[in-house]
Design a protein around this ligand. Structure first.
Ligand code: ADP
Ligand code: MG
Length: 616
């Protein structure tokens, strides 16, 4: 911390003194470099942090610059008023460019945004308002009391103030809940949605923020150069920008800044060989992607990565501490009614009229052969699939067809059959994503009440440490999930699911891949969770686990419910034996021996509730 502060102070002093060391030409290079650094930060936020392939950053830059150019020259507006309109226009364009991100991702998104960037360049080259290929000259410098900003030495200080503010805001976003949600979305948008992240909103926001940085950079550029023309905002500038962000390290804001500075200098050295320089950037980008996928900023971490064999974590007896962070979640344990849900995939009936009700605070097992629709049912309950017909209720409130984020905020949490941890987040950050129950509108506090965000951050950090300790995985807090043994990863996913204080927990084959001891630990975790009052739906192949944990068991086959009732009764039903178990001789093994320490509650077997509304 002390070193950081002194580093920061030293950096500021260097930034402040720089103009005293530079001749006029170098000063100009420094002025342009600051503008590129701003652009790179914006691109880094969209591309590296939020995972949105945005190849239109250069068009954002152009719209900012051109708007100022047109308004200050043609219309005779003042510089600052034009600057405000320019940034607003850029954000509007940014949101339009972001719209396709709601439908397509990855390289498709890259192609769409590149297309929009090219459309922008061809428009400014041809339109009369932008004076075509000739460009617009005579843009004034911004007026400032007491300072002549035509002087590029003084202009540098204006840039630095804007740059530091924008850098600080970017670091603020990346280091707190919004950035964490964006990274979670980048790593796994499905899991992020199921943990309460409003994915479409975050994608648009990523484009919105990137466009603010692009627009501000464009305004500064117009005020510095006093001239704009189409080639400054063309595809080669876009690739230079991309190279800055990828070489520096797109997942780190500092990396983006370093990349921008390094490549701006390289560009100056190679200014007489611009074509070779283009080729050079291309080669360096490819090398960076292959050998340093996290860019220059990631290199120290690669060397620092310790290869500790952490052995096995032992699970202490769990005393889960339920902390309701949201009024809606104050009451643990929701009752669930699933009503005639059908789901078909192009003719395949994955769910065929599934109805069942689950009592608040109970553990419901769902078993059935592979392909019988168990995961599909959980996907419907967590909002990943919209049922073709039918729906479900939680405490009698109809929720079928709601989006995953909404269901998460209503208190539905889940784990996945094939783990979906966020690979680039640490274990603690994985849990913090789930702990963060803030709604999309709370993003406004980033502008209106940033101190609240810091307060939330402290609370999330403290609570995540408690949860990691409760689950016996505190020692892995700083590790990335991929480095951990499989059983630990499963436990991290459970901790993450519980972190949001859900009222309904959906577990999809949580015992898959676990050894005997780990299955035992899983059983005690699930029991502890149920003891806090949470309703649990457990999809599982491990019949021993199902028999010992579940109050009621539903058997599915071919998308239909074929039996439903207390475990011991269900396994004796002839349809179940035929459809699922196949071989009657196995049934003996499935019924667990009576556990004298944990006698079955007689109320369980006589419970009529679960049979209501069932077809058969
Ligand atoms: P289970 O979890 O019981 O093994 P699933 O719910 O995963 O079964 O799958 C039920 C059936 O639905 C399977 O035949 C599967 O191939 C099909 N299915 C599931 N999801 C999809 C999808 N997104 N598109 C097409 N078919 C699907
Ligand atoms: Mg499944």
């Amino acid at each position: 911390m002390k070193y950081r502060l002194s580093g920061l102070a030293a950096g500021l002093v260097v930034l402040f003194l720089l103009p005293y060391l530079l001749g006029p030409y170098s000063m100009h290079v420094a002025d342009v470099t600051v503008i590129f650094a701003l652009l790179a930060i914006g691109l880094g936020l969209a591309l590296g942090i939020a995972g949105q392939i945005n190849l239109a950053q250069v068009a954002f830059f152009g719209i900012g610059a051109y708007t100022v150019a047109i308004l200050t020259t043609d219309r005779g507006w003042g510089f600052w008023a034009s600057a405000v309109i320019a940034v607003l226009a850029t954000v509007l364009f940014g949101l339009v460019v972001g719209l396709p991100a709601l439908r397509v991702q990855s390289h498709y998104l890259g192609i769409v945004t590149l297309g929009l960037a090219l459309a922008f360049t061809s428009w400014v080259t041809n339109a009369s308002i932008s004076k075509g290929a000739e460009g617009i000259a005579g843009i004034p410098a911004p007026p400032f009391p007491g300072l002549d900003l035509y002087d590029q030495y003084l202009y540098y200080y204006l840039e630095i103030v804007v740059f530091l503010a924008c850098l600080a805001f970017a670091l603020f976003v990346v280091g707190t809940r919004l950035g964490r949600r964006m990274k979670a979305m980048r790593d796994d948008s499905i899991a992020a949605g199921c943990l309460g992240a409003n994915v479409p909103f975050l994608r648009l926001l990523a484009f919105g923020i990137a466009s603010v940085y692009g627009g501000v950079a464009g305004v500064l550029y117009a005020g510095l150069i006093h001239y704009v023309s189409p080639e400054s905002f063309g595809i080669s500038t876009m690739f230079l920008l991309l190279a800055m962000v990828i070489i520096g390290g797109r997942q780190s804001i500092w990396g983006c800044v370093i990349g921008a500075v390094v490549l701006s200098l390289v560009r100056e050295w190679l200014v007489d060989a611009a074509n070779y320089a283009q080729l050079g950037y291309g080669i360096v980008v490819v090398l960076a992607v292959v050998f340093a996928p996290t860019g220059l900023a990631g290199v120290p971490r690669r060397f620092a990565r310790k290869s500790t064999d952490t052995g096995r974590a032992t699970l202490r007896p769990l005393a889960l501490n339920r902390v309701a962070t949201d009024d809606a979640l104050a009451q643990p344990g929701a009752s669930i009614g699933i009503d005639a849900v059908k789901k078909n995939f192009r003719g395949l009936q994955a769910l065929d009229d599934v109805s069942l009700s689950v009592q608040a605070g109970s553990i419901r097992g769902i078993v059935g052969p592979n392909g019988s629709g168990k995961t599909t049912l959980l996907n419907v309950l967590s909002g990943l699939y919209t049922p073709s017909s039918g729906g479900f209720t939680m405490d009698d409130e109809p929720l079928g067809g709601s989006r995953p984020a909404k269901l998460s905020h209503r208190g539905i949490a889940r784990t996945f059959q094939n783990l979906r941890l966020f690979p680039e987040l640490t274990v603690q950050q994985n849990v913090m994503v789930a702990l963060d129950r803030s709604r999309s509108r709370a993003t406004l506090s980033y502008l209106l009440a940033p101190w609240n965000v810091f307060g939330d951050e402290r609370r999330l950090r403290r609570r995540s440490q408690e949860i990691l300790a409760e689950f016996g995985i505190a020692e892995y807090a700083a590790e990335r999930p991929g480095a951990l043994p499989y059983g630990i990863q499963r436990r991290v996913e459970l901790a993450r699911a519980i972190a949001g204080s859900p009222r309904l927990l959906l577990l999809d084959e949580p015992a898959a891949g676990l050894n005997g001891q780990e299955v035992g630990e899983l059983a005690s975790i699930v029991t502890a969770i149920r003891d806090t009052g949470v309703t649990v739906i457990l999809v599982e192949h491990n019949m021993g686990l199902v028999m010992s944990l579940c109050d009621q068991v539903t058997v599915m086959a071919g998308g239909k419910v074929i039996a439903d009732g207390p475990p011991a009764q269900v396994v004796t039903e002839p349809e179940v034996i035929e459809a699922y178990l196949g071989d009657v001789s196995q049934v003996e093994d499935l019924v667990p021996p009576a556990d004298p320490a944990n006698p079955a509650d007689p109320a369980d077997s006589a419970d009529p509730v679960d049979h209501e509304g069932l077809k058969a």
